[in-house]
Design a binder for this molecule. Structure first.
Ligand code: SF4
Length: 507
């Protein structure tokens, strides 16, 4: 097979032609005029962000600035600029202070914002986490603007929770005994370190090592403290030896994430007004489930807008007895999926080796005496009751002496020394009323809107902003990170629904 040499040796007649090519000169120095105002076009979203942030009350941020006229100290960056930089960066999925600082060097939108200056990453990183209360006020300020535009009515609010991974790995979780061992070792290392001034190593390296060990000791101490708090919150009968906590982020909790995977994370709670899908409340908790999260969510919305939502729409994770009672007390109409009726009872009986012929339906209830009669004709008397979710669970038990001599014992209550027990679940009046309401076509139609509204901002902040895993650690900082993301989402909604249409109308 002959070799094709057309790419190495051009035909003789072509080689003899003197082609004219543009020359690239990388040695030259150029001075170009830059008209900063024209770096971005008039309809660019960065202008909308700057305009909106400029309209908001930034006094809480200015009040925290220590550098003032007549006192020594360097001037600081204007909060309007730092807020706009973070919002614009989050909008494009950039959540790193170093990356924003780099973008200030060459990206036209960032250059337009900064007037060709470069903001260093320390200033950006500090600003993101320093102003919790001022950021809350800013979030409310944006809600005020959106409410004024008619984008928020609070007639119907869809609420949902989503799990976001913590900035910690599974391997950073340890049990109490391991944490105590590591802490003891870290303390011994700190004690043996000696004076950095007399080290053979350079003073800088010795000090850095000392600092790293002290930080490690502090982290382990915080992890132990968090673990003791978890222990205190558990019942006396629970096995506390298996509890684990992360040394990287002691405030993160192991929880069930999407696709059935368990891992360290936080539970992000977002309330969205159905009118224009605006986020009207945001919170972050360590709770592994959503069961107790609706009442605080309603309080957050009320605090943000001075008005309570008329109706809250949630999924089955929120609908339980306590939530129903709380919503009834607050006079908030609750629409949601019915509490999950689990097959737990049947599963438990199966696990205990009870034969299906001796499940609950085989026992006859006597309402006049409030007792059950078993297939062998023996009586199971009322023993105790407890509330679980939206149900009242009443337990009945046979006499141990009856079961011990019963021919059916192997099928009915194998391996138990006490008499056979069974549980009767009763609906509370609140659950009965809720079930009746959710059986109507109107309630069903409202509930069908839930996923489209409530899950939209969750998906947006995860996919567009990239908040699938927190960059920061600790409950306070991850709450701030979430607040920045939700603020960005709301501002983008304002750009889409107000700023752009107004510009088009003016054009
Ligand atoms: S084992 Fe006890 S409860 Fe079960 S059928 Fe016999 S007597 Fe009744």
């Amino acid at each position: 097979m002959g070799k094709d040499k057309s790419w190495t040796s051009p035909p003789r007649e072509e080689a003899q032609r003197a082609v004219r090519l543009k020359q690239i000169n990388r040695q030259q120095m150029l001075l170009r005029p830059v008209e900063v105002e024209k770096l971005v076009d008039p309809g660019h979203p960065v202008r909308a962000i700057w305009e909106l942030v400029g309209r908001l009350n930034l006094k809480p941020f200015y009040d925290e600035i220590e550098s003032v006229e007549g006192v020594a100290g360097r001037p600081v960056w204007d909060p309007q600029l730092l807020i706009s930089l973070w919002i614009y960066a989050y909008k494009d999925g950039v959540s790193s202070a170093r990356e924003i600082s780099r973008l200030c060097e060459y990206h036209p939108a960032y250059q337009w914002l900064t007037g060709l200056e470069v903001v260093n990453y320390h200033s950006l990183a500090d600003f993101r986490i320093r102003h919790k209360e001022a950021l809350d006020q800013l979030f409310m300020g944006v809600l005020g603007v959106l409410s004024h535009e008619g984008l928020i009515t609070l007639q119907r609010v869809m609420h949902d929770g989503t799990k976001v991974k913590a900035c910690a790995s599974d391997k950073s979780f340890h049990r109490k005994a391991t944490l105590q061992d590591h802490l003891r070792l870290a303390r011994e290392q700190v004690e043996q370190m000696g004076d950095p001034e007399s080290e053979e190593l350079s003073r800088r390296v010795a000090k850095a090592r000392q600092r790293a060990l002290r930080e490690k000791q502090q982290r382990l101490g915080e992890a132990l403290k968090a673990l003791e708090q978890i222990e205190a919150s558990r019942s006396k009968s629970s096995d506390k030896t298996k509890l684990r906590v992360s040394t990287t982020d002691p405030e993160a909790r192991v929880m069930l994430h999407a696709k059935g995977a368990y891992g360290p994370g936080y539970n992000v709670q977002i309330s969205t007004d159905a009118q224009a899908k605006i986020i009207v409340g945001v919170g972050v908790t360590q709770a592994p489930t959503d069961a107790a999260e609706l009442e605080p969510a309603v309080d957050r919305v009320e605090a943000n807008l001075d008005q309570r939502p008329k109706q809250m729409v949630v999924d089955a994770g929120f609908t339980n007895q306590a939530t129903m009672e709380a919503m009834s007390e607050k006079q908030v109409d609750l629409i949601g999926a019915l509490p999950k009726r689990n097959g737990v009872a049947a599963n438990r009986l199966q696990q205990r080796g009870v034969s299906p012929e001796f499940y609950l339906q085989a026992f006859e209830y006597d309402a006049s005496a409030d007792c059950y009669r078993c297939p062998a004709g023996r009586v199971l008397l009322y023993e105790t009751q407890e509330r679980q979710g939206a149900s009242l669970r009443r337990r009945y038990r046979a006499r141990a002496s009856d079961c011990r001599v019963c021919a059916f014992q192997a099928q009915c209550c194998p391996g138990t020394k006490r008499g056979r027990s069974l549980v009767r679940s009763e609906q509370t009046p609140e659950l009965a009323a809720f079930e009746a309401k959710m059986g109507t076509p109107e309630a069903q139609a409202i509930y069908k809107q839930r996923a489209g509204v409530a899950e939209f901002p969750n998906a947006w902040i995860k996919d567009k902003i990239g908040l699938r895993q927190f960059r920061l650690r600790g409950l306070v900082k991850v709450t701030l990170e979430t607040l920045w993301a939700c603020l960005t989402y709301n501002i983008c909604q304002w750009i889409r629904l107000c700023w752009k249409p107004q510009r088009l109308a003016q054009a």
